[in-house]
Design a protein around this ligand. Structure first.
Ligand SMILES: NC(=O)c1ccc[n+]([C@@H]2O[C@H](COP(=O)([O-])OP(=O)(O)OC[C@H]3O[C@@H](n4cnc5c(N)ncnc54)[C@H](OP(=O)(O)O)[C@@H]3O)[C@@H](O)[C@H]2O)c1
Length: 305
């Protein structure tokens, strides 16, 4: 297939370019920077400069490059630090998930592009009730933390708009595998504590496995939503000390909920204590996806030691 990949220069995008090229696809990869475009060329993509927030440019790019499929992996999450003002920190990503998605969908419809796959997210979104691991059928949190409302709404918007248009939204777990991973840096500096009972469940995913699932979704996925996560959703009290041990950091500090809330705000507390993880059964069953790193336990070791 001829694939237009928005966000080709990013942490998942670069891995995706390589895997798509390996599978025989032709990739047109976007970046806003000519320097990063050079790197895309070296990876085997045909680079183009594109700002997803410029709908006219998006339309032109789609008509000029004539793809069979579009993949949306554009986010602005690198260097994220301030989780107290969650929506403010995610504002640009939220625009990419709403306005950026709209621009791609409009252009895809006009140019009759048949397939669209977009990045969504699984963690911290499912209702904080019932079992620890949720499927795509389970309800989303009806009352998100106030500081996260816009971010949750942007992801819900993307899921709905993409699937309404016959596309695929991939709800990924927390990515890891990037050498500059912000979470790993926080664990190394002991600034990521276990909060309360550490009962919030997180799903993880190695970037290589994320790219592999994305290629399969492109090739054989049906319209709809897929959780794309590893096999071992785990409570914070389990994965956090293990990650600290693996990267050679001191064990994480422990904060009561009230103290963590004082320091970091409500969103990180809820993520650390109430979040639910996600099940990958549908992605494995329907996409024939096998993970190179079925558990973050071996993935963290491979990526960070
Ligand atoms: N994705 C997640 O859910 C998530 C969540 C938390 C933390 N992280 C971590 O954050 C780090 C990377 O974050 P990231 O994936 O956002 O950054 P990234 O690796 O830099 O990827 C972002 C991609 O989006 C593109 N992009 C950004 N704004 C754009 C725009 N206006 N128009 C077109 N393309 C645009 C960037 O392209 P150009 O800049 O080249 O134009 C780049 O290709 C990783 O360590 C990851 O693990 C990710």
């Amino acid at each position: 297939m001829r694939v237009l990949l928005a966000g080709a220069s990013g942490a998942i995008g670069t891995r995706l370019v390589s895997q798509l090229v390996d599978r025989g696809h032709e990739v047109i990869g976007t970046s806003r920077s000519p320097d990063r475009a050079e790197r895309l060329h070296a990876l085997g993509a045909e680079p183009i400069v594109l700002d997803l927030l410029d709908p006219r440019a998006v339309r032109t790019a789609v008509f000029d490059t004539k793809p069979d499929a579009i993949i949306h992996q554009a986010t602005a999450l690198a260097g994220l630090r301030d989780f107290r003002h969650f929506d403010r920190s995610f504002a640009q990503t939220n625009r990419l998930r709403t306005d950026g998605t709209d621009a791609l969908l409009a252009a895809a419809q006009q140019a009759r592009v048949g397939r669209l796959v977009a990045q969504s997210f699984a963690n911290h979104r499912y209702a904080r009730q019932g079992g620890p691991v949720k499927t795509e059928q389970d309800p989303l949190d009806p009352s998100p933390v106030p500081t996260m409302r816009e971010t949750e709404a942007a992801m819900a918007y993307l899921d709905q708009a993409v699937t309404d248009a016959g596309g695929i939204a991939l709800r990924y777990g927390n990515f890891y595998g990037d050498p500059d991973d912000g979470l790993v840096q926080a664990v190394r500096s002991r600034s990521f504590p276990i909060v309360g009972d550490g009962g919030g469940v997180w799903s993880f995913l190695h970037l290589d496995d994320a790219a592999a699932a994305t290629v399969l979704a492109l090739e054989r996925g049906a319209a709809g939503i897929y959780n794309v996560v590893d096999d071992e959703p785990a409570p914070t009290r389990v994965w956090l000390p293990e990650l600290a041990r693996i990267v050679g950091a001191k064990p994480p500090q422990r904060f009561p909920r009230w103290l963590a809330r004082l320091f970091a705000g409500q969103a990180p507390v809820v993520m650390a204590t109430e979040s639910r993880g996600a099940s990958n059964a549908k992605a494995k069953r329907e996409l024939g996806w096998t993970l190179r790193y079925p558990s973050w336990r071996e993935g963290f070791v491979d990526a960070y030691t």
